[in-house]
Design a protein around this ligand. Sequence first.
Ligand SMILES: [Zn+2]
Length: 278
Amino acid sequence: MPELPEAETIARELDAALAGEPLGRVVVRRQDMVHGDPRPLARSLRNRRVVRVSRRAKRVVLELEPKAELVFRLGMSGRVTVCSSDAPLERHTHLRIAFGNRTDAKMREIRFCDPRRFGGVWCLAGGAAWVGKSLGDVGPEPLPMRPAQFRAILDRRRQLKALLMDQQMIAGLGNIYCDESLHAAGLHPLRLSHTLDAAESGLLLRSIKSTLRRAIKSNGSTLSDYFRTNGESGSFQARHRVYGREGEPCKGCGAGVLRIVAAGRSTFFCPVCQPGQP
Ligand SMILES: [Zn+2]
């Protein structure tokens, strides 16, 4: 499932391809994947151009002019690709938006494809009327977070894994980057968050930031559903120290990686690097 580094990779690649470009023909192939502005999407997007593409939490945001936003929530298996308009259509492609100068011999388009349909597209064009699902609020971003703000988030009685996975508390972390960050900080995933001292809390925040930055440099982790906008894989999965590696040697110390269920999710950790039970 795409997390912050995967959404960031997609946003950066889309920004390189789309910034300044006018939007063209819109084809909605599954209406129930489009939410927000109740007008037909083609009408909401007509005569708009892309100013830039950014990321918020695990979402990819097309900032448009005249002012509007088109938000892609990737869910479990959402993919946004950029290809030629005549490229063969993949199964589960729910939306196609052409972009660029109409006099171009070869039009290009953005495609949104989501086999499991937990994701969606939100058109925020300023009207009060709304159709479909709410986009929902998310908590603060981890990369610009200050140590004091992080301390305040930890100051409750919750297991670290569950707290870091909670999008209302801190946005963008999912199963992979929680496990990798906790390993980097040497903290057991079931440790209660309020028991961390200032040094541990500081180390955990630094570990989260460095893990995310390294993953962004590697264009994210491709395990099953995530691909870059050109269809290529990310490469951070080769550098996972514990995630998805039950029984294999920890890349820190060589001990066997264990798997438990925490916050309802498979959780991987090293019993030597991350000692202690709560
Ligand atoms: Zn270890």
